[in-house]
Design a protein around this ligand. Structure first.
Ligand code: BGC
Length: 404
């Protein structure tokens, strides 16, 4: 067992020097992506800047994540406070995740319809949080580049998602609901965090998938005319050393060769990596779950009892946290290379707070990468900001429509 653990430890180890090299390459990919050159970081403008905190109103939001869809009615106070008036959550049935476009979008319209008929006085300005890479040309339109997180719904890649959701609402006799904002979950998270506290200038999602965004102040996007938040789509970062387990996991996904960082870091894949390692080193030994692809979830990792299994999972989780820390450091030092300011980073993800020790490893790694300056980065957990943040985008969309 000792030998196995040593070997696994070595396979998943990333030393300080490795991480510093990763930060350099991260910066190169960010620069190339912003110039519109070939890069594994898509650096997608979101066509929205940071809020002022005075945004006000009532909005309807549909937040489609990797596992659930949440519909809610949100009230923004106009003084940095927000309230979820009512909300409903519904898991996205597995067949819909790999089925036809019509089935998925009419399901979404049905859930929205059920919500609006269950509650009185539902507002009609509408925001859709769509947590997949989109090429946007305005705050309420976007073309899906590629599905991620195991989704593979036919007929949506290359299509205008704003139009698809609006058409399905019309088909469900909900044409009074108007799409005002189409937004990635990271961008929505940053909007809500900075709506409450303007010190936030980066948001990270570490859930089923992983991604981040920040306001780009150096590059002036001619198409936007002013500062915009950039959705990095960092799950696709391609310059991390992959071992045989990473490669085995990757070839059996619907998107081989893509989302390589996500497949080493996020909740959807961590359990699977642990399963692959356990299966090879231990056999399935009375653990029927180990025979089933994706049978071990990140949530179950947290509750592992057997010491041996925990010991095998540990280096895999540590690698995830160290990559996350390096990626956060890369984005912050891109914005502020001398770390003149303090930066607040909002992280939404159950792994970050739920996995014992995960947050500590991230913080210690940041300190290791930025000796004596680690305290310039304040990384705090936020919860379910992607819904309320979409409402903030809705409130900003009037202004954005005029100025972009
Ligand atoms: C998607 C991102 C999303 C992230 C977190 C990734 O798979 O490509 O757009 O922000 O998951 O949900």
């Amino acid at each position: 067992m000792k030998k196995i653990l040593k070997n696994i430890g070595r396979l998943f180890e990333l030393k300080t020097a490795d991480l510093l090299g990763i930060i350099d390459r991260f910066h190169q990919h960010m620069a190339a992506g912003l110039r519109g050159e070939k890069s594994s970081l898509k650096m997608l403008p979101a066509y929205v800047g940071l809020p002022s905190g005075t945004e006000k109103g009532r909005y309807l939001v549909c937040d489609m994540g990797g596992t659930n869809v949440r519909v809610m009615s949100v009230e923004l106070s106009g003084n940095r406070r927000a309230r979820v008036e009512s909300a409903m959550r519904c898991p996205i049935p597995l067949p819909l995740r790999r089925g036809e476009k019509e089935a998925l979008f009419s399901f979404l319209a049905r859930v929205i319809g059920d919500f609006t008929s269950a509650w009185p006085r539902i507002p009609t300005p509408f925001a859709f949080t769509f947590s997949y890479p989109m090429e946007q040309k305005s705050i309420n339109s976007g073309i899906l580049i590629r599905w991620t997180k195991g989704f593979n719904v036919r007929g949506v890649e290359g299509k205008e998602v704003g139009m698809l959701i609006s058409q399905s609402l019309k088909g469900a006799r909900l044409s009074h609901i108007h799409l005002r904002a189409l937004i990635n979950d990271t961008v929505a998270t940053l909007l809500y965090a900075s709506y409450q506290n303007p010190a936030y200038d980066m948001a990270v999602i570490l859930g089923t998938g992983t991604n981040a965004c920040y306001p780009e102040r150096k590059v002036n996007f001619q198409s936007t005319g002013r500062e915009t938040i950039i959705n990095l789509e960092w799950g696709n970062f391609s310059e991390l050393p992959a071992n045989d387990y990473d490669k085995l996991l990757d070839v059996n996904t619907p998107n081989p060769g893509e989302q390589r960082m996500e497949k080493m870091v996020s909740g959807m894949y961590l359990g699977e990596l642990v399963r692959l390692v356990l299966l090879e080193t231990q056999g399935s030994k009375g653990h029927p779950k180990l025979n089933k692809p994706y049978g071990l979830t990140a949530r179950q990792l947290v509750r592992l009892e057997a010491e041996e299994i925990k010991a095998i999972a540990h280096p895999i989780v540590v690698r995830s946290a160290r990559i996350l820390a390096a990626a956060i450091t890369a984005v912050i030092t891109w914005m502020d290379s001398d770390l003149k300011n303090i930066h607040h980073v909002a992280v939404d993800g159950s792994l970050f707070t739920g996995y014992p020790g995960y947050r500590k490893i991230v913080e210690a790694t940041v300190e290791e990468l930025l000796p004596r300056q680690g305290d310039k980065l304040i990384i705090s957990p936020v919860k379910s900001a992607s819904g309320i943040g979409a409402a903030v985008a809705c409130a900003m969309s009037d202004f954005a429509a005029k100025s972009f």
